[in-house]
Write a protein that binds this ligand. Structure first.
Ligand code: FE
Length: 172
């Protein structure tokens, strides 16, 4: 009987440990509550196209080379298509050959949240807008020719390019 209790305790302990390890990461950035934008899916559908909704609110991925910014070289600031928060600067955009807009760093670090999709070393890291939780894409460390070595692989459908200086973080 003592053995059974001991084994049960071990199983419970290991189970709790595994649950703790596998529990999805919370975004690790501190985010002031007042700046958060939270909307229902129905509300998001009113302001987004189907493609934008699928990518940003359902973590979808547009097909390579189909996004409007894949080959874009225009100067400006890429803002969140959902909430208007500035995310990436065209000056950090580079040709990755992947078919998705690629940047080597965010325009403002705190505007972009990174979230590991699991504990395995090769698990991808999701990139989200810190203000409205829009799924933007993923970040990889496979760009050694870039200043940071990082490649933020972002869906065009999650972005809106605006003229430098006219970006706003006040869009509702
Ligand atoms: Fe946003």
């Amino acid at each position: 009987m003592r053995n059974a209790a001991f084994i049960t305790a071990i199983v419970v302990f290991l189970g709790a440990g595994l649950a703790w390890i596998w529990w999805p990461d919370e975004p690790d950035e501190e985010r002031p509550m007042g700046e958060r934008i939270v909307k229902s899916d129905a509300e998001w559908r009113q302001v987004l196209t189907d493609k934008q909704f699928q990518v940003t609110r359902q973590a979808g991925t547009e097909r390579a080379w189909t996004g409007e910014y894949a080959k874009c070289h225009q100067d400006g600031v890429y803002t969140c298509v959902c909430c208007g928060q500035p995310l990436f600067d065209s000056k950090t955009k580079f040709e990755s050959g992947t078919g998705w807009p690629s940047f080597y760093e965010p325009a403002v670090d705190k505007n972009v949240v990174k979230k590991k999709e699991g504990i395995l070393p090769w698990a991808p890291t999701e990139v989200l807008c810190s203000r409205c939780d829009a799924h933007l894409g993923h970040v990889f460390n496979d760009a050694p020719s870039q200043p940071t070595g990082l490649r933020y692989c972002i869906n065009s459908a999650a972005l809106k390019l605006v003229e430098r200086g006219s970006e706003t973080s006040e869009k509702e």
